[in-house]
Write a protein that binds this ligand. Structure first.
Ligand code: ATP
Ligand code: PRP
Ligand code: MG
Length: 217
């Protein structure tokens, strides 16, 4: 019996950084998601297809078994909760950090020390709630879906929680990183039932990903 494998990926950095790992497992994706409008892409292995989904939807597809495995950022996995997902490998790709940032003139340390109530805009409400909760800082969380850097500039919030890599987006918007929350990288996630039922097919791919990603650790 041929067991098909479905891999969920998002366009952009995760797709690009996963390609060398797939190639290390002997698999080539035959269409480019940046130019194709197709959402199911064939690979050089007729038994493996790739779904193109939003980055934050990867855990949902894998959790429900619509995809057998996928690649998702630690940020996305923490927000999702990780239910039904086996996370065997840190792939060391799409590396960045989750940080708190404010306008350059905002005295974050003093505000925190004085117990001020902070308005925090973020896409990452679970991570932010956990972080400020642990510190004992009272926050009003404002849920956004993108362009977080704008919020402090127009008075929507005092601070943001967002991913930072080079820092150039913060600099371009006159914001400063005032606290690092955690390092972020992307993980391989596998549907727990698929891991049992399709282990013979999945295991060699997981091992090839692990070997190829160790080089980036
Ligand atoms: P969408 O575009 O659907 O809102 P997204 O912005 O989260 O989703 P990507 O920008 O492709 O999608 O981010 C995918 C993952 O890559 C994130 O979950 C995060 O872990 C990581 N990431 C995000 N921004 C950066 C960055 N500037 N540098 C490195 N890694 C990043
Ligand atoms: C991400 C993130 C930050 C930026 C940080 O945006 O949301 O805005 O990267 O990276 P930097 O520190 O190197 O500037 P992305 O490039 O994913 O664009 P997006 O707004 O479409 O998600
Ligand atoms: Mg992004």
């Amino acid at each position: 019996m041929v067991m098909e494998l479905i891999l969920a990926l998002s366009k952009g950095r995760i797709f690009e950084d996963t390609m060398p790992l797939l190639e290390a497992a002997g698999i080539k994706v035959l269409e480019n998601p940046e130019t194709s409008r197709k959402l199911i892409l064939p690979t050089s292995d007729p038994g493996i297809r790739v779904l193109i989904v939003r980055a934050s939807d990867v855990p949902t597809y894998v959790q429900h078994g619509a995809a057998d495995f996928g690649v998702a950022g630690k940020d996305v996995l923490l927000e999702h909760g990780g239910e039904g997902l086996y996370q065997p490998v840190d792939l060391h790709i799409a590396k960045c950090r989750m940080s708190v940032a404010t306008r350059a003139g905002f005295d974050y340390e003093t505000a925190v020390r004085q117990g001020a109530r902070l308005r925090v805009a973020t896409k990452f409400t679970s991570i932010a709630r956990e972080h400020f909760g642990k510190k004992g800082v009272h926050v009003d969380l404002i849920k956004l879906y993108g362009s977080m850097e704008l919020a402090p500039l127009v008075g929507l919030s005092d601070a943001i929680v967002d991913v930072v890599s080079t820092g150039s987006t913060l600099r371009a918007n006159n914001l400063v990183e005032v606290e690092e929350i955690m390092d972020i990288s992307s993980r391989l996630v596998v549907n727990q039932a698929a891991l049992k039922m399709k282990r013979a097919r999945l295991q060699p791919i997981i091992e090839a990903f692990e070997r190829a990603s160790l080089a980036k650790a």
